[in-house]
Design a protein around this ligand. Structure first.
Ligand code: 3PG
Length: 306
């Protein structure tokens, strides 16, 4: 049994050591393809493997075609929009994610982005504080819940909206639930996005919602760039000089945002929410254990292409 770790953005070494311990402990072979830049390298590496652990690496039909022995792909992380699920199913391959394992890391980065934005990107000028401000969490999953916990530590008033999470569950977490997403955007000076990128959510964060935010609005995106309607956000930021946008992934029109919104826009050069040793260890080892559980016992918990 051969397991490949294919990570263009590699895990911390300590996480790879943990993955190796699980995989070799089960009697399997571990091979690494780290920091690869060409798809050809991935296509070659997958040719004879039974399982693959990935991060945001693109696994499309061409990869499934090339991976003749493949049985399972585990995305060590939450979002699996980088995997062609229909093709996986057509090839008889099980796809899993490891929900929650890197959530705290992403949430801590969100806190950092909020502080960075309200302290004027550390340019030495007088900013504002988070204490007492209202934060709206758009989608209340694992990351959203961790953001809520941390924001409460700052003394923020936390609100959340999730189309798939009942109000009672949000209230039970000690967070204000709202009746509509519009109400949350109207209420909150800070909005943190935690939606997955799906057909339903792509381009869904645009003028209609963001324009509702109160004065001094800060929009934080640690999800996927595709959920933002960039043209509309650019237009709105041109109209509203009070609006700031901070993101843990450069938007497609990053150069334009940089040029037009100096002092109001920041994006990490490379998505780094989940780039901590702890998140890498949690997600990487969970992925390795899920592979062993699937191959040895047929366990399909966390399968996303049923
Ligand atoms: C996720 O979906 O888990 C996060 O966006 C982290 O992605 P990464 O593993 O590519 O850093």
């Amino acid at each position: 049994m051969k397991v490949l770790v294919a990570t263009s953005k590699p895990f911390a070494k300590v996480a790879v050591d943990g993955i190796r311990e699980v995989i070799e402990g089960a009697g399997y072979e571990l091979v690494l393809l780290e920091k690869y830049t060409e798809k050809a390298a991935l296509l070659k590496a997958v040719a004879d493997v039974d399982a693959i652990i990935i991060r945001s690496d693109i696994i499309d039909a061409e990869v499934f075609d090339a991976a003749k022995q493949l049985k399972i792909v585990v995305r060590a992380g939450a979002g699996y929009d980088n995997v062609d699920l229909a093709s996986a199913t057509a090839h008889g391959v099980c796809v899993m994610n490891t929900p929650g394992q890197n959530a705290n890391a992403v949430a801590e980065l969100v806190a950092g982005l909020m502080v960075y934005a309200v302290r004027n990107f550390y340019n030495g000028t007088s900013g504002i504080e988070l204490l007492g401000k209202k934060l709206g969490i758009h989608a209340f999953g694992n990351v959203g819940r961790n953001v809520a916990r941390i924001a409460k530590g700052f003394g923020m008033e936390v609100y959340a909206f999730d189309a798939y999470c009942p109000k009672e569950a949000i209230e039970a977490a000690g967070v204000h639930a709202v009746d509509s997403v519009e109400e949350m955007y109207k209420t909150c000076q800070f909005i943190s996005l935690h939606l997955p990128a799906t057909d339903e959510t792509k381009n869904s964060i645009g003028k209609k919602l963001v324009s509702l935010m109160p004065k001094g609005a800060v929009l934080v995106n640690s999800a996927r760039k595709e959920i933002i309607n960039e043209d509309e956000l650019i237009q709105l930021m041109q109209e509203r000089e009070d609006l700031k946008f901070v993101s843990d992934i450069a938007p497609a029109a990053s150069a334009k945002f940089e040029e037009l919104f100096v002092g109001r826009y920041f994006a990490t050069p490379k998505k780094m929410g989940a780039q901590t040793a702890e998140a890498n260890i949690n997600a990487g080892i969970a992925a390795a254990n899920q592979i062993v559980g699937f191959i040895k016992d047929g366990c399909t918990k966390f399968m996303v292409n049923r």
